[in-house]
Design a protein around this ligand. Structure first.
Ligand SMILES: Cc1cc2nc3c(=O)[nH]c(=O)nc-3n(C[C@H](O)[C@H](O)[C@H](O)COP(=O)(O)OP(=O)(O)OC[C@H]3O[C@@H](n4cnc5c(N)ncnc54)[C@H](O)[C@@H]3O)c2cc1C
Length: 308
């Protein structure tokens, strides 16, 4: 257990850096209030830069002072342990929320520029409202643009729309013009994705606006904002198998450890029934892995990131 003096000692250099850069910072935030799973102890601080330049300078200063940091989006892929978390999280949610639509010469598509903390669901709805179709499937997605790029391997649909992005490297803002160059960047981990350009494609006349709007409406209806929980808990496909099906076939829908439960609507979704602890969540995950291994011989891979 952290003493008050320990907390003050750790917070001081962070608040000094943030003050010097005029970046808003909140110390001692409980991660359970910043994650979709609703578990997690106090993190040293969460910083909220309002400009991309301030975000880059913040990363540079933290690295110079050997202060561990991580990017924080909507916290829907993070399982934070119920103990002191010694790092600073950088949230981009205060960056100016402007969507910039640019025409591409001689093409039917449009480029949208968006910042890294922008919510995918808001982006999907804003683009569909303007008659573009490519991102409609993200209408029910809780995550942010930055995190979608961060885990590029999982987001085929999103990555196919990505024309470029900006990120912080060595305290400077760098730009990648073509997402195919992703592999060749000097992107380090932890990394901070500041913004992206996406090609959102015009709706083809054969379909029309109504069809797309109804897809978005259906996805939004499916979204469960009232539910504490997240998915995918495990990587969605292993050796061609649907992981949700493997878990369901092992009879684990509704299976629980304390207040942590495998959802009944999707077996790769984990639910916090109220006051679950991170230990219960991790226990549940281990038991599901064990039982699926015994049932099918297949080893599941955790898709959530554990913060401790
Ligand atoms: C209701 C619901 C629906 C969901 N639907 C889907 C779905 O359809 N498909 C799917 O794949 N997932 C889905 N998810 C899971 C989740 O939303 C995604 O994995 C999402 O990409 C996580 O985004 P986030 O902003 O919450 O990231 P966080 O959980 O905050 O962070 C996840 C990782 O991304 C990093 N990160 C965050 N922001 C940045 C940044 N700006 N720069 C660099 N790294 C960054 C973090 O450091 C961390 O490593 C869903 C979750 C919920 C709760």
């Amino acid at each position: 257990m952290d003493s008050l003096m320990d907390k003050v000692d750790r917070a001081k250099p962070i608040t000094d850096i943030c003050q010097q850069l005029e970046v808003a910072v909140r110390c001692g935030q409980k991660m359970k209030n910043h994650t979709a799973l609703g578990v997690g102890g106090e993190i040293d601080a969460i910083a909220y830069p309002e400009t991309t330049e301030a975000a880059a300078m913040l990363v540079s200063e933290l690295e110079k002072n050997n202060i561990p940091w991580s990017a924080l989006g909507r916290g829907s892929r993070i399982l934070a342990k119920d103990k002191a978390i010694n790092r600073i999280a950088i949230s981009l949610k205060l960056l100016e929320e402007v969507l910039l639509f640019k025409d591409i010469e001689n093409r039917e598509d449009k480029l949208v520029q968006v910042h890294g903390g922008y919510q995918l669901s808001k982006l999907a709805i804003a683009t569909v409202d303007r008659g573009f179709c490519r991102l409609e499937n993200f209408a029910s997605h809780l995550g942010t643009v930055g995190s979608a790029i961060h885990r590029n391997e999982q987001q085929g649909l999103f990555m196919s729309a990505l024309e470029g992005f900006t990120y912080v490297c060595d305290g400077k803002i760098k730009k990648i013009e073509n997402s195919k160059l992703f592999e060749k960047t000097d992107l380090k981990y932890p990394c901070l994705i500041l913004g992206a350009s996406l090609d959102v494609l015009k709706i083809k006349s054969a379909y029309g606006q109504e069809k797309y709007s109804s897809t978005v409406a259906r996805l939004l209806k499916k979204r469960r904002d009232d539910l504490l929980g997240t998915w995918p808990v495990f990587e969605e496909k292993i050796k061609g198998h649907s992981v949700a099906k493997l878990i369901a076939d092992a009879g684990l829908k509704g299976f629980s450890c304390g207040s942590a439960m495998i959802a009944t609507h999707n077996a790769n979704f984990i639910v916090n029934k109220g006051n679950a602890t991170s230990t219960e969540m991790l226990d549940l995950i281990e038991q599901v892995k064990d039982k699926v291994k015994k049932h099918s011989g297949i080893e599941l891979k955790l898709a959530l990131e554990v913060w401790e």
